[in-house]
Write a new protein. Sequence first.
Length: 230
Amino acid sequence: MTEKPRSGDVWTRPRGGRRPKLTREAIVETAIKVADAEGLDAVSIRRIAGDLGVRAMSLYTHIDAKEDLLDLMYDEVAAEVLVKGELPDTWREAMFEVADRERQAGLRHPWMLELAGRSPRMGPNGLRHVEQSLAAAGRLTDDPESMLAIVKTIDHYMLGFITMERHLGEDGLRGANTSPLEQDYVRRLLERGELPHLKPFVDTGLHRRDTFEQGLNWLLDGIEHEYRRK
């Protein structure tokens, strides 16, 4: 089926539909469940319509194209990242909470990283998230360029850590997968004494421990040192 071109932003278009049981919210919720369980490639207009028990054409009364659906999914998950109420008092506490909420959402919805690479259109929740991030950075510096640099630096660390967790496993969130450091080949090298500095970390399991908080604190230390001395 050839999808028709989109007309403007999905958030500014009226919510169509004659079937009372078919809503934009139900479509997005179903799509997120499919993506969480099977990945982003499993999401299609036909698949979501089938899961909802309607014809594929029915979805086009609510969205113009599949890209609309992806944008809506991204923005729906962005709501999970928003800090409820007021941000914490200090810039450091605020940035830490924002980054940690991003991380938790990314682990619950791993397809978000892939979708972020496609540059989805920014929706209301995504815009509020950017606003909160800049507001947190603004408590350390009032220079717009510096505020953006701080937010982007912390985002890059957070995204890199999520990527590592997805591939290596993270206890308590995604379950433990086999680490490359536990492969037979690596074990043989360790037993032959060829990796003396690495061996204690593998023997004690230190290489599997969650260091997100420690790494983020180090990053915040460096940022704070840079701007406090100015």
